[in-house]
Design a protein around this ligand. Structure first.
Ligand SMILES: [Zn+2]
Length: 216
């Protein structure tokens, strides 16, 4: 199965990507992993990407696309893959479509993890990080009432990334970029939405059920 996974920050996309890929026995291909592999492997694309990252700039689309093409050409990806973090926008989706056409294949499905904004804010803004051991606690899920780490006694604080304002901004950016991508795949008739609220295992199960009509 050739699959793309999309979902907002806080939807547990990385975790679901891993579980779904392993259930389907296909490689999980995330842009983060591809970047790291190219940089640590010292490939030409990796060197190029590193120059941008070291300057704090975004890696240009052409570099990302070339890395994705290389990765999708590898032998383990010939019978299927799960893409996580690519494509990010409609132009990238169009390029991916052409790339797969060249390979003589096509995407089977785009799975969208659906979580409403308030749930994402509740999940992320409730996180507290221990300043000593780095462990993360959740005010609701761990019923954490004080700001002391139960593991080491360190003081808990809220990371800037977990502040409500930051989360709402990331959600807005995601909506702007991804809404057109989701409509693109809806028009292609390969979009399937899955409710991503609730425990991780339940979400994985729902995803597998949604994918079952497309598996052999
Ligand atoms: Zn601690």
């Amino acid at each position: 199965m050739r699959l793309v996974l999309v979902g907002p920050p806080g939807a547990g996309k990385g975790t679901q990507a891993q579980f779904i890929a392993s259930n389907l026995s296909i490689p999980k291909i995330s842009t983060g992993d591809i970047f790291r592999a190219n940089v640590s492997g010292g490939t030409e694309l990796g060197k190029l990407a590193k120059e941008y990252m070291d300057r704090g700039d975004l890696v240009p689309d052409e570099v990302t696309i070339a890395m994705v093409r290389d990765r999708l050409s590898e032998s383990d990806a010939q019978d299927g893959f799960l893409l996580d973090g690519f494509p990010r926008n409609v132009p990238q989706a169009e390029i991916l479509k052409k790339m797969l056409e060249e390979f003589g294949v096509a995407l089977d499905i785009v799975l969208e993890l659906v979580v409403d904004d308030e749930e994402v804010v509740r999940r992320l803004a409730g996180r507290r990080t221990c300043s000593q051991c780095g462990r993360i606690w959740h005010v609701d899920f761990d019923d954490k009432k004080d700001d002391v780490c139960d593991a080491c006694g360190g003081r808990l604080y809220q990371r800037d990334d977990d502040k409500e304002e930051t989360i709402r901004h990331r959600l807005e950016v995601y909506q702007e970029q991804t809404a057109p991508l989701v409509s693109f795949y809806a028009q292609e008739r390969i979009l399937v939405g899955v409710d991503a609220t609730g425990p991780v295992e339940e979400v994985t199960q729902r995803a597998m059920e949604a994918l079952s009509p497309y598996t052999d």
